[in-house]
Design a protein around this ligand. Sequence first.
Ligand code: MG
Length: 409
Amino acid sequence: MPVNQHVSVIICAAGKGVRAGFEKNKLLRSMPGNTGGTVLEHTVHAFVAAGVGQIVVAAAERDKKEIERLLSPFPLCTVVTGGETRTRSVKNALSAVTGEIVLVHDGARPYVSGKIIADCITSVETYGSGICALPLTDTAVRAKEGFIADVPPREEMFAVQTPQGFRTAELRAAYEKVGAESYTDDSAVCAKFVRPPRLFIGEKENRKLTFAEDFLPAHMPPYVRTADSTERADVPALLFPQAQAVGNGRVGIGVDTHAFGKPQDYIVLAGIKIPAESGLFAHSDGDVLAHAVTDAILSAAGLRDIGYYFPDTDEKWEGADSMEMLRAALEKVKKAGFVPCNVSVAVQAQKPRLSKFIPTMSGNLAKVMELPLSAVGIAAGTNEGLGFVGEGRGITVTAAVLLQKAERG
Ligand code: MG
């Protein structure tokens, strides 16, 4: 059970990204520096990691199919059609919300941290609302026709970000009163129709990707900042290793081997039946890939191994679907406070040939691991005829995983 089951999140993804000057929705672009996955997947994953109960994504009609496909590994996500304006989009999305608390977040803020999400939820629980905001560091002035008209005290000035959290019933009631007007965000709707919402202090890293240059990593070397640099988000990923998870990251590795010879005409890998001369001997369904991944995540979280939690002697797991075991292991890992960032799998099998099954295997693994497709890699190779793998007597799978500490609300 997710730690914040009572919280729903609305992600606004219906914008046109006009200011970024891209032809398609900027949320469907790769992350700055190609750190893996699209902006939208990263944003969604941040909330999945925070253990919320539901995510409603408001998408423009033209992007809806693509967004549904992209988010299919996230069972928490529902995609609804957004409106012409942000106000209309949130109103539409609110009708699908089931949680008693709702956070509204810009799809273009993929760097939202677990701490911000947890602080937002706590603020709603304590004060009825929580608006992520930063104190202004520059002096803000009010101007009229190019001349300073007024200098408000700086300590009273904040820049408002998202997420913005509310009690669902109150935000819904406020939106009932909105009519045809358009508001910049939900804090404005709440301020006008409910009560002044409460601010909590966010992080400057929670920036919004608005302009084309925002898609360039800040540390990108100057020589790639060319005139046509809007398209340079495709520079090699190696230049910009994903550093975000390092402090809270844990790696894990898992290896498993099973032998051929079971009288059946298929094997099971990542939950997919693959035709073979014989099956793999096992107490369970012999899904050697699922077993390796299970050990990798358990080990990364500092837990015991698959044999400890799912012993051969337990009849419950006789002929069991190993992807269900993986799911159960993932729940243990989440309970220990971690969520996966990515998983990488190497299969050594002389036979059968696996390449055409890999997309389905990856999709299945992504679903169970609650990861975007782009965070799941499966490579398959033979052993060049060497050893027991090369002689076709068995299959070995090695899996590596990166976990990230999940912040709790
Ligand atoms: Mg095994």
